[in-house]
Ligand binder design. Sequence first.
Ligand code: NAD
Length: 359
Amino acid sequence: MMPFIYNGLPSRVIFGQGTLAGVAEEVKALGCHRVLVLSTPEQEGQARQVLEQLGQLGAGVFAGARMHTPVETTEEAMRELASFGADGVVAIGGGSTIGLGKAIALRTDLPQIVIPTTYAGSEMTPILGETKDGLKTTQRTLKVLPETVIYDVDLTLGLPIGMSGTSGINAIAHAVEALYAKDRNPIVSMMAEEGIAALARSLPTIAGTPDDAEARSDALYGAWLCGTCLGSVGMSLHHKLCHTLGGSFDLPHAETHTIVLPHAVAYNAAAAPEAMARIARALGTADAAAGLYDLARSVGAPLALRDIGLEAVDIDRATEIATANPYWNPREIEANGINRLLDDAYAGRRPDTLEATDA
Ligand code: NAD
């Protein structure tokens, strides 16, 4: 067996249906007395329900969380936090709200309880991306890792069908890159394969029957596993490309992940055969890249970058940005190959590395 290093991340995870009912107990267990509940404006109703459930332990709601964690929003939330004299935060929502909770924890060291309602996985990572003056920077520090995560399947039953598919494939992307990470290890790889399988079998069911609690449970379980992979090992080409496309061209996060993933996998296929075999096995397909494309199609997700706002003229600039700074990837990053990858993702062509090898 290849030698490895494994770093366990300390967090408490509560998983099930109706688990939100235990939120007050969890707040108490962390020694908090007055917590601020965080959400986006769209999820303020849910945040107010949590506040009600907290009773005396709830200080108030800040419903201003926004995508990419702008520093101005964090500063606004910090003022609310101080005015309420809050001693902890409860974040209910997706990666945007969880990012705000992390940004507050970075500045205050206050404990966080996170109640995820998408599959993006930020709750399981010590990673924080923040935006200042239009520039997004990412850091990794245990200070931002949430202490307690409450996964309540009931809260995901209403996640819109479109977002369920793209958010789920966003999660799969973490596990895919974990399988060929430079610092991969057997435990995380096992979680990765199981996470991909759980999402691959549940997402198509959810696309047809969004309130299927069994499928929702499977998907949230997969999202937890995939988030843990993201938090544990380094990511490479796929995440770098999505960061570039999101940051420089303002493309939507989960959709971009969904479209780029099959092409990033096709690019890396020959350099990471063992990872490809495990991805294909988890998907139940012969080819990892084609399997991911077919999964996206089966859940009705967008398949082409041109359909979510990228212009053809952007491909060259995206290639330049994505290849400017060197980073580790199983296959060497070379501009022509990346340009072709982006062109395929732009047009939404179906990759098939087996066919390409046979030809
Ligand atoms: P999001 O949090 O931006 O949510 C998108 C919209 O969907 C919001 O309006 C939100 O309120 C709404 N929503 C969320 N759950 C819902 C539900 N169950 N029902 C109805 N509406 C719901 O989306 P996201 O994809 O979860 O997060 C994306 C952000 O998270 C990006 O900024 C990304 O960079 C970040 N992220 C960070 C990490 C990390 O480890 N730091 C990991 C993954 C994602």
